[in-house]
Structures are given as structure tokens and as C-alpha cells.
Design a protein around this ligand. Structure first.
Ligand code: NDP
Length: 328
């Protein structure tokens, strides 16, 4: 297999593997601790050093499973980079504990996450969404204090607007606080707006790094939905009905069929081609993979081979299939 490349996370000195592995939907719903251990091992053996999580995934169970799996595998703490993300909260109905980035929530949420993960610190801590009801300055101070306390090494944002990210960065700069260094946006062949347009100035201006999510648009870009919804797939899971419209979209599935033909000509799978396309963007520090089986992890890591085949002609062909005006 092709060697895993490592990229700097934006202007920070931290190196993350070009492909990483996350636990949304899967851990706690489709993946238990035993299967998590197998998936994590396959990823790590291929050179993956970054593992993504969030407080809200499976109501905290995802952090618990990843923490237990890593402990059982006996991984040394210096060998991997791990993240969590906080915003939604897991104490539903308790004032100050949900949908917020206020200081009280942030200070308590990080402690809960560390306890479930069984760790003293996370490497990356993300504000999972923006919070229009808390002054950005309050959030920046709290996140910076969490870093100063050694509970996180770097902090960043997820799905914030460019203006919000720049405002946070400027407050931190003025006050000599720890600055946000990374953002976690959605990025795939059907969803490109934030990464390619909205954040365009931030890469140079503030050295923003990106850990991008849903490279397969929840599985759509694997080609598994071209003939309907397979049993056991994400679109069939209770609670994820909201994804059905996207995953069974006829026009998009038609484009995926064309991508599949191109992938076959390149002797790679459709998933590998779609993931490699994300990794090809030089602003993307790491593409976070999702998988519900060990076979999917294996297949998706093979995107490194597809990456070597993505020359200008292939990229132009992909653009021809996924016309810019059909993208998000
Ligand atoms: P993808 O878009 O790659 O979707 C992954 C899902 O697609 C898998 O769980 C599986 O679902 C299906 N799949 C994956 N590989 C294959 C394959 N080779 N063949 C067929 N089906 C396949 O990524 P995710 O949406 O899972 O996102 C990746 C990570 O990004 C998450 O785990 C999380 O860490 C992060 N994330 C962050 C968000 C944020 O707000 N910051 C939001 C969402 C994700 P199935 O088998 O069930 O059909």
C-alpha cells in the first residue's frame, strides 16, 4: 500500500495523516468496542495518526468506546492525535448545558469528554458549531484557558462562518490568547462552498488548517445508493431519515454512476476516487474517513493509490461530471 503522507495542520507545527478516522453515526450505533478496536487497528497500521470524536456522538458513548478501545489496544499516548468537539451537550434540558459555547458549559464539557475518553488531554478541541448567543470573546477566553490548563493542545471550530473564525482569531491575537488553528467543515464532491470559497482568504491570512468531514457525503459517493437504500446502510438507520433525501437524490446518483465508470478505468473504487479528490486539495490537512465495517476502512485507505492517479486530466473529467453549479 502507498505510504501515508502527513500534513501540517494549517500553520501549526502539528502533523496529521492525510487520511484520518472518525466515529460519527458508527461508534455506539453500528460499531461496538470490539469492532472499534479492529477498525482503529487497521487505520493505525496504515499510518493514520488522527482520530476524531465528539461529545454529542451517540450521547457520549462514542467517546467511551474510542477511549476503551484505545486503552485495550494499549496505544502509547504520544503515538496518536485525538479530538473531541463540544457544543450540543449531553445534559438535555439543563440550562447552560446545551447548544452553547458559554464559559460554564465549555469548562464542564471538556472534563466530561476527558473522563469518557480516559485521557488527561485531547490534542484538538473543536467548538462543534457557532453560538450566536454567547459573545465570541467569552468563548475565545474559555477555549484559550482550556489550552492553558493543558486539557487540549490546540483549539478550533467546526462549521463556523469565515467572519466568526476571523473574529475569534483577532480577539485571541489582540489579547495574547491561544488562537484557533483549525476548522472542521464538510467537504466532498457535492459540498465545496466553505472550503473552496468562503474560507479562501483565511488560509493565507491566519494559517487556518482543515480537518474535513463526510468525504463520501454519508455514503452517497460510494455508489451504494444508485439502486435504492441497502439494508443496514446509514440511510436505513432509525434517526437518520433526514439523510434519505440526499442519499437517494436521482440526479446525484446519476453523477455517481458516471464517477464509477471513471473510477473503474483508473482501477480504483468510487469511494477511493471521491476520498482522494478531497485529499488532493492542498488546504485540506486531513480527510476524516467514516466506516461501519473493517472492509470499508481497508477500502477507503486505498484512496492513497487513487490520489497518485488524480492528474489534471482526471480532475477535469471529475469536474465535467460534477458540474460546479450542482455543488453545495
Ligand atoms: P462519509 O461521508 O465518508 O460516510 C461514511 C459512511 O459511508 C460510513 O459510515 C458507511 O456507512 C458508508 N461507507 C464508508 N465507506 C464505504 C465504502 N467503501 N463502501 C460503501 N459504504 C461506505 O463520512 P462521515 O459522514 O462518516 O464523516 C466522517 C467523520 O467526519 C465522522 O466520523 C466524524 O468524525 C466527522 N464528522 C464531523 C462533523 C462535524 O460537524 N464536525 C459532521 C459529520 C462528520 P454505512 O455502512 O452505514 O452505509
Amino acid at each position: 500500500m502507498t505510504d501515508m503522507p502527513y500534513n501540517r495542520l494549517g500553520r501549526s507545527g502539528l502533523q496529521v495523516s492525510a487520511l484520518s478516522f472518525g466515529s460519527w453515526v458508527t461508534f455506539g450505533t453500528q460499531v461496538d468496542t470490539s469492532l472499534a478496536k479492529d477498525c482503529l487497528t487497521v487505520a493505525r497500521d496504515a499510518g493514520v495518526n488522527f482520530f476524531d470524536n465528539a461529545e454529542a456522538y451517540a450521547g457520549g458513548q462514542s467517546e467511551q468506546i474510542m477511549g476503551d478501545a484505545i486503552a485495550e489496544l494499549g496505544w502509547a499516548r504520544h503515538e496518536y492525535v485525538i479530538s473531541t468537539k463540544i457544543f450540543w451537550g449531553i445534559h438535555k434540558g439543563v440550562p447552560n448545558m446545551e447548544n452553547t459555547l458559554n464559559r460554564k458549559y465549555l469548562m464542564q464539557a471538556i472534563d466530561g469528554s476527558l473522563e469518557r475518553l480516559g485521557l488527561d488531554f485531547v490534542d484538538l478541541l473543536f467548538c462543534h458549531r457557532p453560538d450566536a448567543n454567547t459573545p465570541i470573546e467569552e468563548t475565545v477566553w474559555a477555549m484559550s484557558d482550556i489550552v492553558s490548563a493543558g486539557k487540549a493542545l490546540y483549539w478550533g471550530t467546526s462549521e463556523w462562518s469565515a467572519d466568526e473564525i476571523r473574529a475569534a482569531w483577532e480577539i485571541a491575537d489582540r489579547r495574547n490568547l491561544h488562537k484557533p488553528v483549525m476548522e472542521q467543515p464538510q467537504y466532498n464532491l457535492f459540498e465545496t462552498r466553505k472550503v473552496e470559497k468562503e474560507y479562501a482568504r483565511l488560509y493565507e491570512d491566519i494559517g487556518l488548517g482543515l480537518t474535513t468531514w463526510s468525504p463520501l457525503a454519508s455514503g452517497l459517493l460510494s455508489g451504494k445508493y444508485v439502486d435504492g437504500i441497502p439494508e443496514g446502510s446509514r440511510a436505513s438507520l432509525p434517526g437518520y431519515e433526514w439523510l434519505k433525501g440526499l442519499l437517494t437524490d436521482e440526479k446525484k446518483n446519476g453523477q455517481v454512476r458516471e464517477l464509477a465508470e471513471l473510477a473503474a478505468r483508473l482501477d480504483v473504487t468510487t469511494s477511493q476516487l471521491a476520498i482522494a479528490w478531497c485529499a488532493k486539495n492542498p488546504h485540506v490537512s486531513t480527510v476524516i474517513l467514516g466506516a461501519s465495517t473493517v472492509d470499508q476502512v481497508h477500502e477507503n485507505l486505498g484512496a492513497l493509490t487513487a490520489l497518485e492517479r488524480l492528474d489534471d486530466d482526471v480532475l477535469a473529467e471529475i469536474t465535467g461530471i460534477i458540474h460546479p453549479w450542482t455543488r453545495g
